[in-house]
Design a protein around this ligand. Structure first.
Ligand code: ADP
Length: 741
């Protein structure tokens, strides 16, 4: 017997991106032939029943993805914690014939869902005994399949790298801390910023890493000394002396000391004021972190998790335990819900029991890595070099088109290298500057403030070295005695690095360890699923499209939005998914005239039935002939008086802007990996040339000689592109309804 009716519910604290998940559950369910209900106001609505359980159609979830919070409401419900409350809830579900439940909430909500699932059979028996439902009802609906999606800004759930809402909360935190930093720097002030995270220091830690804060206090790793207040104040004082103009301390709301006592913001403020002898300002970010438009990542995460949740319910068999749909290594995964809930509680219990080693161990390894990196990055001066060590001379260069996050990566590489005792050389203006010997030794403060700055402070150029450049570049390497080279950039940078690698027999100077760090908004680099800058560009596109959509609510209009990416459709597809575009045109799929005719027909029908706004996203190189203007003219002509069509070519705003939190975190992580690689190669006396990237959750170094095998040199993109698998999901959810999406 196959399942026919499912319901979606949001519960507990709200999180940005819940709407995308609700939309995705509803539309995927409808597409798969199910009847879908939304339960309004969390478990309270399930207990109340009646109007609170509503049948949804395609348009009921139109136009909600760009809103924060949850449009179906959420609540805390004490009655659901009791069996009596759950008994009424079960009766309400049976009355509607609901057999599958997608619960979007925090660990409390998912614990409740699991209990409800375990009790289901006994609740039904009791309802029959009480005469509330019939024995036939039980035969008709013997199972309740439960799938949980974690909606929580804290990122405090075991088994998933990111929970819905975390990325947006980090956006709010970085926006706030960046603003505070500029005023703090103007007045040379000290600020304490308190962020959310009762049991989890993720937001505080990543916020500090992303914003270049000097000190962080989190629950899982309290200060290791009793006199931490002195140590912290001394650190801040020394930072000032060394030239820092701002001092920022980030405090997670659940931070504690070694004895398990909560560290309050007043405590930190007072401790610093007493020791620094100056006024210390405090900002408690509070609910701002839960608010605002969801980031592109959270919209897409909610969408993908919701899609998978419905599929998991459809595929469920009697006796199956509830599932948690998580996000691991850039992929959607199905995990046992209860085990994840238990492990989540185990972390909280470890913190309560002051077993901080266990608490940290239960978090992902990247959490501890990030903490270690932050401790280095926030130092006032680097560790002094070991007198016995060979001090390497490592060059850092930005090449190709600028990408947000290049500065973060350059700064991180420089500091991490200096801290290991090496000499870090900034090479200015890409390979062009390298040919001109524009090289300068970097010191600890050379890149102060670069963590959050867009563009390329080192300067970059798109020129790929040719002919006599090669000789000049080799000379620069020799003159500066460069032992190893870090190249941060996009396709041109990779091509240049490949050329240098191939010229090693002619220019022995090139025979040094070299590594490319993927930085391109196009996300078109082989060996890397996500290059630095792409997330920022995606958010810029989504922000622009949100505004474009708002501008057109009163008219019947269709927009054709052209986005960058060269021949890679990543930005177009992911932006299409995050904005609810009806159609995405990408070079990988090609565009034909009959496609366009079919699209006009679909759109015309939708506008005929009351649609007000159409949205098409076109990758800049999708097709040479069917340009954005061509598509606009064609649709305008064929759409007749049903709708008009406007182009929106987003242009260079996609390359600009301060890097998003994800790009900053990723840039820092990749910089550390690149540096480790170069140092290790030098120690091994090897001269490998490589490019690095994240693939299916693992960071892999690929040999430079694999560049032409892994990259499509004609269309400048990887031969295998993981995200193409998302096309089906995007197209299922984007089917035009009659409303505004
Ligand atoms: P979150 O889901 O964000 O962690 P809460 O812990 O407040 O938020 O849980 C939200 C709701 O989930 C509660 O108000 C309650 O209705 C339900 N819930 C939480 N824990 C349980 C439990 N142990 N048993 C049954 N229901 C629970």
């Amino acid at each position: 017997m196959s399942i026919k009716r499912i319901a979606v519910i949001t519960s507990g604290g709200d999180a940005q991106g819940m709407n995308a998940a609700v939309r995705s559950v509803v539309r995927t369910g409808l597409e798969r032939g199910l009847e879908v209900f939304a339960i309004y106001e969390g478990y309270q609505g399930m207990v109340d029943g009646g109007e609170r359980i509503r049948k949804m159609d395609w348009d009921s979830v139109g136009g909600i993805m760009q809103n924060g919070g949850t449009v179906i409401g959420t609540a805390r419900c004490e009655r659901f914690r009791t069996r009596e409350g759950r008994l009424i809830a079960a009766k309400n579900l049976i009355e509607h014939g609901i057999e599958g439940l997608v619960v979007i909430g925090g660990d409390g909500s998912l614990t409740g869902a699991n209990i409800f699932h375990q009790e289901w059979a006994s609740l039904l028996t009791e309802l029959v005994e009480k005469g509330e439902i019939s024995a036939e009802d039980v035969v008709a609906h013997p199972n309740l399949w439960v799938v949980g999606l974690v909606g929580s800004i804290d990122n405090d759930f075991f088994g998933t790298d990111m929970t819905i809402g975390t990325d947006t909360a980090l956006h709010r935190i970085t926006e706030a801390v960046d603003s505070i930093t500029s005023t703090a720097a103007s007045h040379q002030r000290t600020f304490v910023v308190k962020v959310m995270g009762r049991n989890c220091g993720y937001l505080a830690l990543m916020g500090a890493l992303a914003c270049g804060a000097e000190w962080v206090l989190i629950p899982e790793n309290p200060p290791d000394v009793e006199n931490w207040r002195e140590v912290m104040a001394e650190r801040l004082k020394a930072g000032r002396k060394a030239g820092r103009r701002d001092s920022i301390v980030i405090l997670a709301e659940g931070a504690r000391d070694r004895e398990g006592n909560y560290i309050g913001s007043n405590d930190v403020q007072k401790a610093l004021e007493e020791r620094l002898g100056e006024e210390v300002r405090m900002t408690v970010l509070g609910h701002v972190q839960r608010g605002g438009r969801p980031s592109a990542f959270d919209r897409n995460l909610g969408t993908l998790l919701g899609y998978e949740a419905v599929n998991a319910i459809i595929e469920a068999r009697p006796g199956d335990e509830p599932l948690h749909i998580g996000f691991k290594g850039n992929r959607i995964v199905r995990l046992p819900l209860m085990e994840c809930v238990e492990k989540t509680h185990a972390i909280t219990e470890a913190v309560e029991a002051k077993d901080y080693v266990k608490a940290l161990a239960l978090r992902s390894p990247s959490f501890s890595d990030a903490f270690r990196t932050l401790k280095t990055m926030a130092r006032v001066i680097p560790h002094p070099p070991d007198p016995d060590q060979k001090r390497l001379r490592i060059g850092i260069l930005n090449a190709g088109t600028p990408a947000p996050g290049m500065n973060t990566a350059s700064r991180a590489a420089a500091r991490l290298g200096l801290d290991k005792g090496h000499i870090m050389l900034g090479i200015y203006n890409g390979f062009e500057g390298m040919a001109e010997n524009e090289v300068e030794e970097l010191n600890w403060m050379s890149m102060g403030g670069w963590a959050s700055m867009g563009g390329s402070g080192l300067g970059t150029s798109r020129r790929i070295p040719v002919g006599k450049d090669m000789y000049a570049i080799a000379r620069t390497i020799e003159i500066n005695q460069i032992d190893a080279l870090l190249i941060i950039g996009g396709w041109n940078a990779y091509e240049a690095a490949y050329k240098l690698y191939n010229e090693r027999s002619n220019f022995p100077a090139f025979d040094i360890p070299t590594i490319c760090l993927p930085a391109s908004i196009n996300n078109n680099l082989p060996g890397s699923e996500l290059s630095i800058g792409a997330d920022t560009a995606l958010n810029s596109i989504v922000t622009a499209v949100d505004k474009i959509k708002q501008s057109a609510v009163a008219t019947r209009r269709c927009f054709v939005v052209e986005v960058m990416g060269h021949w890679c459709g990543y930005l177009a597809l992911l932006a299409g998914m995050a904005t609810g575009a009806e159609r995405v045109y990408i070079h990988e799929e090609g565009v034909t005239l009959s496609d366009l005719q079919a699209d006009v027909e679909i759109l015309s029908q939708a506008f005929r039935s009351g649609k007000k706004l159409g949205l098409l996203i076109r990758n800049e190189y999708a097709n040479k002939v069917y340009t954005t203007h061509f598509i606009c003219s064609l649709f305008e002509e064929e759409g007749r008086n049903l709708f008009d069509v406007r182009p929106a070519i987003l242009g260079h705003q996609q390359q600009g802007g301060d890097p998003s939190p994800f790009d900053r975190i990723q840039a820092t992580r990749l910089a550390r990996l690149c540096l480790d690689f170069l140092i290790e190669e030098c120690e091994k006396k090897s001269t490998r040339s490589a490019f690095v990237g994240l693939e299916e959750g693992k960071y892999i170094y690929h040999d430079m000689r694999d560049f032409p095998r892994m990259g499509d040199l004609e269309y400048q993109r990887p031969r295998e592109q993981w995200w193409l698998a998302l096309r089906d999901i995007a197209s299922v959810l984007a089917r035009p309804g009659s409303g505004v999406d």
